[in-house]
Design a protein around this ligand. Structure first.
Ligand code: FO1
Length: 328
């Protein structure tokens, strides 16, 4: 076994650590997969010390409204109002407005609930008043009582476009309207070359005691964040503080179509395949015990490897992974 590989640690018990840690944490996040770990962190640490940099490549304008799914998923999850079974939208949501919109012939493949629409109307109105996406995100998280700082990766529009066997599709068209069925041939983040990191993003990376890359899709959730100029370099400059949690376990995605996308784009749909994508800016790569056999190969990429249970089905598993990551 390579000296860089850390064997499975004894699980941190609910009682073996102080309940709150004073580490300043900055997390890079997509939507549903990331929110599981973020909720664990929110519950075991001082939430005021947590800053989350969120993917906005999934953002889309529908019915004239600016929708920011990953920002909202993270915010609703930490506010305790998310529909836990779906991982997005409000719990006990209704869809009367969407049905009325369909009467006017408007597309209704993207399920915007009645309560959720208030968020999009508020954000769109703020943008129309000359405010930024960051200011809108801050207003929403404050109003919903979320104590952590939630930052979009950029205030500039950077829509993720999927080049597929069915042509170029907006990411939400690919994922929701076409149910991730098209074969992915390429991914683009339109306009990313001229995008700027949102205010506070580079500082949050610099000032953090630890940077966590959540178990999100490396190509279309973490990928857009890394593609914003300066962010990847800033992470490289703080590589020893970067801990990435692998979103692939036993060759399968924890959530969504990551495995399929990795495969179609010529990457290994394995922990090692993800490790290769992160090796230039990650100090420690966290894999599940199911992938222990890949640990020594991953460590040859120059990262430390830590083996921890990363599957989070229950609240206790979310808190346990969060505690384990804070205690490394
Ligand atoms: N995901 C779906 O699979 N179907 C939907 O109709 C849908 C609507 C939706 C509305 C608001 C929102 O914030 C998220 C929504 N999502 C929906 C989730 C979203 O498409 C993706 O999971 C993320 O963009 C990927 O993180």
């Amino acid at each position: 076994m390579d000296s860089h590989v850390t064997l499975p640690t004894p699980p941190v018990s609910e009682f073996s650590m102080p309940s709150k840690t004073k580490l300043k944490i900055t997390a890079l996040a997509g939507g549903v997969g990331a929110s599981k770990l973020l909720l664990g962190l929110y519950e075991v640490m001082d939430p005021g010390l947590l800053t989350i940099i969120v993917n906005t490549g999934d953002d889309i304008v529908l019915h004239g409204l600016k929708i920011s799914p990953d920002l909202d998923i993270v915010t609703y999850t930490l506010a305790g109002i998310v529909d836990v079974s779906k991982g997005w939208g409000f719990r006990r949501e209704t869809f009367h407005t969407l049905r009325r919109l369909a009467v006017y012939g408007r597309p209704n493949w993207f399920n915007l609930g009645d309560r959720d629409l208030a968020t999009h109307i508020h954000r769109t109105a703020m943008l129309a008043d000359g405010k930024t996406l960051s200011q809108a995100a801050d207003s929403i998280r404050n109003a919903l009582g979320v104590k952590s700082c939630i930052l979009p990766m950029t205030d500039d529009p950077v829509p993720t476009l999927i080049d597929s066997n069915e042509g170029s599709l907006h990411f939400q068209e690919y994922l929701v309207k076409r149910r991730a069925e098209p074969v992915v041939r390429g991914i683009r983040f339109a306009g990313v070359e001229s995008a700027h990191p949102a205010p506070g993003v580079l500082k949050a990376i610099h000032a953090a005691d630890r940077i966590l890359v959540c178990p999100s899709n490396p190509l279309i959730s973490i990928g857009p964040i890394l593609a914003v100029p300066q962010i990847r370099n800033q992470l490289r400059a703080h590589q020893e503080k970067v801990f990435a949690v692998c979103p692939i376990v036993g060759g399968k995605s924890l959530k969504g179509p990551s495995d399929k996308m990795l495969f179609h784009l010529g990457h290994d749909p394995t922990a090692l395949g993800v490790a290769r994508l992160y090796a230039d800016f990650t100090g420690t790569f966290v894999i599940d015990p199911a992938d222990q056999a890949q640990a020594s190969t991953i460590s040859t990429l120059g990262m430390k490897v830590v083996i921890l249970p990363t599957v989070m089905k229950t609240c206790s598993q979310k808190r346990k992974l969060a505690r384990n990551l804070l205690s490394l």
